[in-house]
Design a binder for this molecule. Structure first.
Ligand code: NAD
Length: 297
């Protein structure tokens, strides 16, 4: 199997890279934080000391970085990989970033004769570890077909969303809906409580009635309703509120550029911003239920 370069091996990239090792790939990993590469080294990965080293002998590069700024630096910077790669490579950029940066990466890769997909993921660290992520892929049909077997080793559902940048478009639309629906579910539980209706009773009815959604049926923000939800462990993440805020910022920014009205998306962004500023930044995003309750009276 071919050797793969992996850049950014934090909470998500670490377990994703580990699954590629388990699948039998040779891997060379790079991260600005050396402690993040140690566990992969122990599992058999080579560790690169620089970006140019990660390009040696590979024909495929995967990246899982925090934000668009790091993706620009790593791909498009003067010292970045596109400036340094000696031959056209295949790139799978899996971070959640703005559409404009994703499309700029596609264009720069194409200018060098390479192939690229934007392939952000849905599913948190547990899905990354279990190789059950959902990938939303943007790029040509040729690039998608080439990406599929690699993504299948890190995920379960692989969707071709469309041309360059469409993976990021799908991701931010989905996460805007998730942010809005989570707040809606939290408000419904808070209203039920205020009216004197048991949370369990509302859950049993809501999951069969027309208000049902993933935030209610799979990720219920009230403790002791579903097993394994962050609500049962004092809203330890899971998916951090600051990550949700980042995604809502991307959605609202994209909506502004496309001249699309997203008043609920803007409201969700404002509420997550307030939750983050009052100490919720590193809590799970479902923990906003407690902050909403604090706003009462
Ligand atoms: P993280 O901060 O844990 O990991 C990012 C890694 O990139 C870190 O190890 C960091 O040291 C490294 N890094 C930063 N700048 C670098 C550079 N210039 N060169 C090399 N390495 C660099 O973040 P994460 O939780 O793994 O998230 C990564 C991406 O996945 C984000 O875009 C996030 O929105 C998305 N995502 C996260 C989750 C989740 O539950 N954590 C779920 C879905 C999508």
């Amino acid at each position: 199997m071919s050797k793969i370069g992996f850049i950014g091996v934090g909470h998500m990239g670490g377990p994703m890279a580990a699954n590629l090792l388990k699948a039998g790939h040779q891997l060379i990993v790079y991260d600005i934080s050396p402690t993040h590469t140690d566990p992969l080294k122990a599992q058999g990965a080579e560790v690169a000391q620089s970006l140019s080293e990660v390009l040696q002998d590979v024909d495929t590069v995967i990246s899982m970085l925090p934000q668009g700024q790091q993706v620009r630096e790593v791909y498009l910077g003067e010292q970045g990989i596109l400036a340094r790669a000696e031959k056209p490579l295949f790139y799978l950029e899996c971070s959640t970033i703005d559409v404009e940066t994703a499309q700029a990466v596609h264009a720069a890769v194409a200018a060098k004769g390479g192939l690229c997909v934007d392939a952000p993921v849905s599913g948190g660290t547990a899905s990354a570890a279990a190789a059950t992520l959902t990938f939303m892929v943007g790029g040509s049909q040729q690039a998608f077909l080439k990406a599929q077997p690699i993504l299948n080793q890190m995920g379960k559902k692989i969707f071709h969303a469309g041309a360059a940048g469409c993976g990021q478009m799908a991701k931010i639309c989905n996460n805007m809906l998730l942010g809005i629906s989570m707040i809606g579910v939290c408000e419904a539980f808070n209203l039920a409580k205020g009216l004197g209706l048991e949370a369990k009773a509302f859950f049993e009815i809501g999951k069969e009635a027309s208000g049902q959604c993933w935030s209610l049926t799979q990720y219920c923000p009230v403790p002791e309703i579903l097993p394994h939800t962050p609500a049962n462990r004092n809203y330890e993440p899971g998916f951090m509120a600051q990550m949700m805020l980042k995604d809502l910022n991307l959605a609202v920014q994209a909506a502004g550029e496309a001249d699309v009205a997203v008043p609920m998306g803007e409201q969700a962004k404002a509420l997550y911003q307030a939750f983050c500023e009052s100490g919720g930044r590193e809590k799970d995003f479902s923990g906003i239920i407690e902050w909403l309750r604090e706003q009462e009276g």
